[in-house]
Design a binder for this molecule. Structure first.
Ligand code: GTP
Length: 358
């Protein structure tokens, strides 16, 4: 039996204001909380017990897990103060049942991937490594710490984000899933903040531990930013990203209780939550609309995320924006490119729309 720890205690600052009320892994993606995609993928790969390492808004996870039937035992370990990624793994150790040499899978709570999870565990066990990391190649490695490996897959270094072209010596990055030999987790210090990426992994290398990388070139996305969140949701709805928890794939996903006017258009992998109203001639393209939101007549919502109970006024144009829960965007407003509206803010209607009318 393989056990896993799912790291879900971060504040999700890059996704604010959506994460003001809801922790990032509990935000709905293609109809279910993101964490459900990860838990069910792990379950289908043979993981039978999963520890949710929570901290920020831990109560949201507890309420959900109490009622959920995911076909896998889920245990919650809550840090009183956030302990960082490494500290969270160490804290979760008390909840693990595996033996000292058994593999323990660790997942970052915001990664959507097509990783062959059981293949990663098998590679770890076969090689007798202390830690085995899932590595993925990226087109532009400048935004990531790099993880070069040798021909045998042994990790040679954990490098900070490169600042010059010469420092880009590989396109491989830590893809946010790794396997620890359980006894290695015991070496992480207790009771203080530890970063697994900045402290534990480099420390293990320096002490001569066997740290390996397994490269998987399949689907990979970190859903940490609004743009990536929308992309991940679209990919799941359109069937480009794998998850056993997607209810149905197609051009859009519309949950029960929502009312879409006949002349409205919902397309491009958009996901519409429960009890949403979309009025006549509105167009929702490649977007995520959370429960109980209202999109009024003729509004255009493209590549955007609309929070729970938010209202988008008639004739608005929204491109690449995030609207917080309960916010009201008055008629004819135009918002673009990274704009974020905080929960419950009310923007008054504008008299005219400036875009194409002038
Ligand atoms: P940003 O604030 O937007 O960077 O997002 P984040 O809080 O999720 O941070 P980051 O993406 O760096 O975290 C990687 C993973 O570790 C995420 O799944 C987080 O939920 C999780 N995580 C980060 N810090 C902690 C912590 O202190 N405790 C626990 N349990 N999990 C954490």
């Amino acid at each position: 039996m393989t056990e896993a720890v799912l790291l879900v205690g971060g504040q999700g600052t890059r996704l604010r204001p959506l994460t003001v009320n809801t922790p990032k892994p509990m935000l709905p993606v293609a109809g279910v909380p993101f964490t459900v995609h990860q838990i069910t993928r792990a379950r289908d790969a043979g993981v039978r017990r999963i520890v949710l390492a929570t901290s920020y808004r831990a109560e949201v996870f507890a309420e959900f897990i109490e009622d959920a039937d995911l076909g896998i035992e889920v245990v919650i370990a809550t840090e009183e103060e956030p302990l960082g990624t490494g500290g969270a793994i160490r804290h979760a150790l008390a909840h693990l049942e595996s033996g000292p040499d058994d593999p323990v899978l660790i997942f970052n709570g915001d990664v959507l991937s097509g990783l062959d999870i059981s293949g990663l565990v098998e590679a770890h066990v076969r090689s007798g490594s202390d830690v085995t990391l899932y590595l993925t190649p990226v087109d532009d490695p400048r935004a990531y710490g790099l993880v070069p490996i040798d021909a045998d897959g042994r990790v040679q270094a954990f490098l900070e984000k490169p600042s010059t072209p010469e420092e880009i010596i590989t396109d491989l990055i830590n893809a946010g899933c790794y396997v620890f030999k359980r006894s290695v987790i015991e070496q992480i210090p207790t009771g203080r903040v530890v970063s697994v990426e900045r402290e534990t992994f480099p420390g293990l290398l320096a002490s001569g531990a066997q740290v390996r990388g397994v490269v998987d070139e399949g689907y990979w996305l970190d859903l940490g930013t609004p743009l990536a969140f929308v992309q991940g949701s679209k990919d799941l709805v359109l069937g480009h990203a794998p998850s056993p928890a997607v209810i149905q794939t197609g051009d859009s996903l519309i949950l029960s209780g929502s009312h879409i006017a006949d002349s409205a258009c919902v397309e491009g992998g958009s996901s519409i939550g429960r009890d949403v109203v979309i009025e006549a001639d509105a167009n929702i393209d490649g977007s995520v609309v959370f429960d109980r939101a209202v999109i009024e007549q003729g509004a255009q919502v493209v590549g955007s995320i609309i929070g729970v109970g938010a209202r988008i006024g008639a004739g608005c144009e929204l491109h690449g924006v995030v609207v917080g829960d309960g916010a009201v965007i008055g008629a004819r407003n135009e918002l673009r490119d990274g704009a974020r509206v905080w929960p419950d803010i009310e923007l008054p209607p504008t008299a005219i729309r400036y875009s194409t009318d002038s």
